[in-house]
Each structure stands twice: as structure tokens, then as C-alpha cells.
Design a protein around this ligand. Sequence first.
Ligand SMILES: CC(C)(COP(=O)(O)OP(=O)(O)OC[C@H]1O[C@@H](n2cnc3c(N)ncnc32)[C@H](O)[C@@H]1OP(=O)(O)O)[C@@H](O)C(=O)NCCC(=O)NCCS
Length: 169
Amino acid sequence: MQAKRPSESRTVMTDMVLPSETNPINNLFGGELLARMDRAASIAARRHSRRITVTASVNHVAFNESVPVGSVLTVEAVVSRAFRTSMEVYIDVWMEDRFSGERSKANEAIYTFVAVDENGRPTEVPPLEPENEQEKQRYVGALRRKQLSLVLAGKMNPQEATELKALFT
Ligand SMILES: CC(C)(COP(=O)(O)OP(=O)(O)OC[C@H]1O[C@@H](n2cnc3c(N)ncnc32)[C@H](O)[C@@H]1OP(=O)(O)O)[C@@H](O)C(=O)NCCC(=O)NCCS
């Protein structure tokens, strides 16, 4: 299969935070942000694979900043590495200042998607060829994160997690 560039999967979704999506202190409810990120990441995985994709795991989420009601939020998702049937998708969330229009980083997350056929069976995806420095860094780290996710899910023997072990030796 022909390799694809990260830019081919990049997905950007901008939307406002409405009162019905907030917690009792008027900040965006965490589950709503997870859903927005899942939707953008799912589109990115689909753009890379041109297959049906399902969320296999949420590997990392950092709610570093609260997002007040009325904020304009932009979710950017891009495939950071493709393996055989799975893809790591990196998600950056930006908040736009109401008055200056300046963007600041609100959150980030890393999800794993698997491409499946009509019967839900995992199916192969094209490889990814990172281009710029950030894409290359994320690409390298993705194997370590995949191994950690599989170990935590009980799907990989920690002894076989070579990339993870290399961090400590
Ligand atoms: C995701 C799913 C297809 C994986 O099925 P499976 O039987 O584990 O399939 P495999 O063992 O062949 O794994 C398929 C790929 O997923 C990866 N994978 C599976 N579980 C993973 C996890 N927890 N973390 C990271 N990668 C994972 C495997 O490493 C493999 O990747 P590779 O082919 O690129 O090397 C299956 O578990 C499923 O359909 N889950 C439900 C998905 C869903 O409904 N999501 C929405 C939740 S509401």
C-alpha cells in the first residue's frame, strides 16, 4: 500500500461551548470534550485508511485547562503513526480568546483506532510517512505508546515491550 502523509488525515473541527455542555461551574464537561475529540480523530483515521474505523483505546488525555462556556474550541486531529491495522491519532485542542482572538492550547489527547471490514474484522492500513520535525517525534514515540497501551490492556507481555523497556535501561 502506498504511504500517506499526516497532512492527508488532518481534521479540524471548530465549535462553540454551549451552556448544556458545561459542568456546574460553567466549564466544558470532560465527557463532551472526549466526544468531540473522538469524532475528529475518527475522521482523521478514516481519511488515512479510507476504511470503517473504531476507537480501540484512549491512551492519553490531559485536561490541562478548563474551557469556559461561550469559548470557541478547535479540535485538530492527525494520524501520527500507522501500524498494521491500527493507527495512533494525536489530538490538539485550542481555545480562542473571546476578545483578542489569540489561540492557546487547552488540551491534548492520543487515541488509537483500528480499521475494520464490514464484519468488524481488523484490516490493513497504509503506512504513514512523517514529514516535519513534530510529526517525526510523534511517529517515533507512537510505538512506545502502543506497547504501553497493549501491556495495560493485558494484550502484551511486558517482557516483549522492547521500546518501553529501553526507557528504563
Ligand atoms: C478494536 C478491535 C477491533 C481490536 O480487536 P482485536 O481482536 O484486539 O484485534 P487484534 O488483536 O487483531 O488487534 C488489532 C489491532 O488493534 C491493536 N490494539 C488492540 N487493542 C489495543 C489497545 N488496547 N491499545 C492499542 N492498540 C490496540 C492491536 O495492536 C492491533 O494493531 P496492529 O494490527 O496495527 O498491530 C476490537 O477490540 C473491537 O472491535 N472493539 C470495539 C471497538 C468499539 O466499538 N469502539 C467504540 C467503543 S464505544
